[in-house]
Design a protein around this ligand. Structure first.
Ligand SMILES: Cc1cc2nc3c(=O)[nH]c(=O)nc-3n(C[C@H](O)[C@H](O)[C@H](O)COP(=O)(O)OP(=O)(O)OC[C@H]3O[C@@H](n4cnc5c(N)ncnc54)[C@H](O)[C@@H]3O)c2cc1C
Length: 364
């Protein structure tokens, strides 16, 4: 049976790697809208559940040494005073481009169709999808289809037109600084600095000996902010963090704001199902969540590992549809929990420090 992945990001590549050696893992096709090698973000934290999924999907790589080990979370005030210091189960901060490159290698046998955007499905008389059509008119046949096309998923819009993304309350500026001294100083700790009034925070993590991934989360209702990378964004971030700790200033000083991202964070209201017939949703398409959980990429990796397990013994179309229904039943409770946790952590983030102590921004 031939699998077609719509979207070649974390979920699509992880799934192609996971399906190797299964009855649906022959030569999967990955349809990806972007050009090969196009910039694809900064970095993220591989949490214990994501690392365990990776180790089962692609054990040929040592995923724990792909980036900087993170084993502490230090919550601080804007000026740098330590509010709490927690040991955590080890996680890994990785550069997104390097990590995606490794996943693509793991998905090695897959056939990539780049710069090709999914447009819709071709269905047979009994409603089963038999092919995807692309915006350029091409058609790719398959037996099983996976919508791995991110938070704004077109696949999801076609399967579940009633699905709703939440509004953007918090925006996040994400960037990487070349800052070797700061990277050494923060080492294996994830530092998060909080404004006394709430609704504004800066996170710093070393991603290597030289580079620090940082983000500014802010209440977009108070500050509409700036959407385009460059000087205006640098000015906006400098204004919001004036007088903050020296570590924050060092990260900003080592940053080229032309390569920063502004992420209007949105979560997806839990779906009634993650599958319909022979089509399933994976990753953000199925369960876009707020950044406070750090579960976006990790959830996509676990989806891939679960799909591999449920599809391992499948031989025909009927068995495949049953396996996708099982995948949906297995994963929906997790997605529901991430939605609730994301919302809870967002409320804590928006509250002044006097009302509630800041929460550890990780959920596993
Ligand atoms: C700026 C930013 C920072 C983030 N930081 C973190 C973090 O720190 N920790 C964390 O865990 N997560 C983070 N995330 C979320 C994380 O990147 C996603 O949750 C994760 O990548 C989900 O994987 P995915 O495969 O579902 O989606 P993606 O990795 O986004 O992949 C979706 C792919 O589908 C492609 N696509 C979309 N539409 C089409 C179409 N019509 N046809 C063909 N291809 C299409 C896209 O080009 C993309 O390559 C961040 C996201 C962003 C945007």
């Amino acid at each position: 049976m031939r699998a077609v992945m719509i979207g070649g990001g974390v979920g699509g590549c992880a799934l192609a790697a996971a399906l190797r050696g299964t009855p649906v893992g022959g030569v999967p096709v990955i349809v990806e809208r972007r050009a090969a090698g196009a910039p694809a973000g900064m970095g993220f934290i591989l949490m214990p559940n994501g690392l365990a999924a990776l180790e089962s999907i692609a054990p040929e790589f040592d995923w724990r040494t792909t980036g900087q080990r993170i084993d502490r979370v230090v919550l601080r005030t804007a000026s740098g005073r330590v509010l709490s210091d927690h040991a955590i189960e080890p996680a890994v901060c990785v550069a997104r481009a390097r990590f995606l490159g490794m996943l693509r290698t793991a998905a090695g046998g897959a056939h990539f169709v780049q710069e090709a955007a999914f447009a819709g499905f071709v269905r047979n008389d009994d409603g089963r999808a038999t092919a995807v059509t692309l915006e350029d008119g091409r058609c790719i046949e398959g037996d099983l289809f996976f919508g791995c096309d991110g938070a704004q998923s077109r696949t999801r819009a076609q399967l579940f037109p009633e699905a709703r993304l939440g509004e953007t309350v918090v925006k996040e500026v994400v960037s990487v600084a070349h800052a070797p001294a700061l990277a050494r100083q923060i080492g294996s700790a994830f530092h998060k600095f909080h404004d006394e009034e709430g609704g504004l925070a800066v996170g710093l993590l070393a991603e290597s000996d030289e580079r620090v991934v940082w983000f500014v989360q802010y209440d977009a209702r108070r500050w509409p902010g700036v959407t385009v990378p460059g000087e205006a964004l640098a000015g906006f971030v400098a204004e919001r963090t004036r007088g903050w700790s020296l570590e924050v200033a060092a990260a900003l000083a080592g940053t080229d704001f032309a390569h920063s991202h502004v992420w209007p964070t949105r979560d997806l209201h839990p779906l009634s199902s993650l599958a319909a017939g022979n089509v399933a949703l994976v990753g953000d398409a199925a369960h876009a969540c707020l950044p406070f959980t750090s579960q976006g990429a990790n959830g996509a990796l676990v989806d891939a590992a679960v799909l591999r397990d449920v599809l391992a013994e499948v031989r025909d179309a009927r068995g495949a549809a049953a396996a996708l229904a099982l995948y949906s039943a297995l994963r929906r409770p997790h997605h529901r929990r991430m939605f609730m946790e994301g919302r809870r952590l967002r409320e804590a983030f928006l509250a002044p420090l006097s009302a509630s102590a800041p929460a550890v921004p990780l959920v596993s």
